[in-house]
Design a protein around this ligand. Sequence first.
Ligand SMILES: [Zn+2]
Length: 220
Amino acid sequence: MAITPSCSDGYRRGGRTVDLGAAADAVRALLVALGEDPERPGLAKTPARVSEQFALAFSGIDADLGAVLTDGGLVETEPVRGVVALTKIPFRSTCEHHLTPFRGHADVFYAPGDAVAGFSRIADLVGLAARRPQLQEQLGERIAEAMDDALGPRGVVVRLSATHECIAVRNPASANAEAVTIASRGELSVSEVLGELEGAPKVQYRYNEASSRISETDSS
Ligand SMILES: [Zn+2]
């Protein structure tokens, strides 16, 4: 997702105007509020850099996620009885509570209906869906929803595993703690799909429909 600013202080993307100048002013104000001197040499260009970086990180805010899968046409197939998966798709998103990154990988499983998506399109979907402020839970739901809407599959399971910078800032000892979320649609069995993924029957997944989270417990 390349961003091409149309001028020095802003650009339009879809129906949304991104005001890089106003964003840089806000970063400058934040630095002052936190006791820094934004005019000192090391920070002089920081507000502009930060605003451009956030603009890139948020460039998926108004994206049509389904179109990522359907642009150029779906691949019509003979009925596929099994499950199709693309796993270990890396992503980097932004926690909407702290505006800090969370990063990890996505495993996307689906049981196709009459169409399948190219694997690279699924990776593109994950990458674009990640480019906005959101909770990890919402990212998984957005990916599952786009798969469900665009492909009409019999079922979808999206498993996200990520480390969160906001956790690391508060508690460096927990920096590598992985948050795991599951989103699903349709008839795919979450426990069967993820048990297959791990290939480790001693790992038990507890799926909480209400919170869309699972916890893993070693039952051996
Ligand atoms: Zn956070």
